[in-house]
Design a protein around this ligand. Sequence first.
Ligand code: ZN
Length: 317
Amino acid sequence: MRFSQRSKNAVLVLVTLFCGTGCGDSPVGGSEDDTDLVQEVINQTNLDSLSQVVRELSGDLPVLINGRAEVIRSRHKDYPGNDLAANYINAKLTSYGLIVVDQWISGTARNVYALQTGTRYPDRKYIFGAHYDSMPDSTTSPGGDDNASGTAAVLEAARVLSRYTPEYTVMYALWDEEEQGVIGSGYYASNADRAGEDIEGVINVDMIGWDSDNNGEFFINVRDISSSALLSDAMVDINARYGIELSPRIVNPGYGSDNLPFWFFGYGAIGVEELYGEDWNDYYHDAGDRLSQFNLQYFHNCARLLSGTLASLARLQ
Ligand SMILES: [Zn+2]
């Protein structure tokens, strides 16, 4: 469904229609502007679709790929589920009307990304990325939190933002073989550097499902490189302005995963993750890493914040 009316009343009606009793907050905080598209995007970021994607990617539910029901049991690079997952991601992004690219890097590594061309700055892009491969190296490797959670957040942002027109180009990137040393994102970043690609900023997300003490804290990994601090500031601002009820903690100099190669090549980037080393998933790289262990409210809030930040940076129309 596409919004043609952007009045506040229409937003309220649609929020009610979409959310039923589950998430019926009226637009809060920030702008009372009739065309607050960031608020619209936050409101449409839906826990049911996020959860469905995590369950499909981690083998809890079968998926339909090319008309065949398949179960993705392992997204580790050496198992057929890794390719099935890439096909699944491609089909999802294609269904949102986006231009989708399969970027083969080796016999096992394949990034899948989609582009939504900006109307005003088509050659300047924001990248929202997550790795889709998983650990452990096993036939059962559900990778729910690591990193079906981040993959779902990227796919959900694509679902919602594809209904709008951004001024900047937006790229939704699902990287492969992060677990072997950021192979997929490293390949992309080095090519981008060589080609002189104009990347305004990269938001990477890796593990946003675990918050055992329910305090809403998460890390924004940042470094003093290019636009990185601006991205981090934007995220902190959106969290406060739209009352998302997370507690960002800035880590500078930060670490992370697929944000690292972009820093290496001098691009602005941030890495969003749950509290590595403090409140860390008990099922990390384990066959028990599934949606059933998630803090769903935390997962939902992280995805809302990510979608809202991307919408703000890309300047939706
Ligand atoms: Zn990961």
